[in-house]
Design a protein around this ligand. Sequence first.
Ligand code: 5GP
Length: 190
Amino acid sequence: MKLLEERIKQDGRVIGTEVLKVDNFLNHQVDPALMKAMGDEFARLFADAKVDRVLTVESSGIAPAVFAALALNVPMVFARKKKSLTLSEDHYTADVYSFTKQETNHVIVDKRFIQPGERLLLIDDFLANGQAVEGMMQIAEAAGAEVVGVGIVIEKTFQKGRVLLDERDVRVESLARIAAFDNGEVVFAD
Ligand code: 5GP
């Protein structure tokens, strides 16, 4: 998505060899016009997927997910992160390791908000090693729901998440794909 790539070039900051900071428009300050354009693009890409619900993880997945859900005219639910897990029969849970924060979050979704048999579109801000998407897939499976697609705002193709998802035969659409960081510059794939 050209608009997003331009914005990454303009405002993205490369941290070390693997992390891109986009807190100017996505991870802290949020650009609503760009979020809307991204939501519309996800809806276009998954128009034929018969999506019943959008699922994401708090917090940075929420903005693109809500605009995708709006454009698809379906509900959106986000998995909440909990530091400690009080086991409850009312929630689906998964453990998600974050390599940027180097900590494991327990993520939970109330059972009322995913119905068995629903067709889910998973959305997240970044695809790195695939842990967040993997956690959402575990929740979908526990709920008896079907993952019909994964929509990613920024995919880093040099980390292992995409390979993992391809092995699981799940349809992934990314709005921007980064092949490498070269001396602090973003190199896009394709
Ligand atoms: P994964 O679970 O695929 O390893 O990583 C995805 C999650 O980690 C995303 O939800 C995102 O919050 C965070 N993340 C991964 N890579 C980056 C990055 O380069 N920049 C930022 N800001 N967050 C990232």
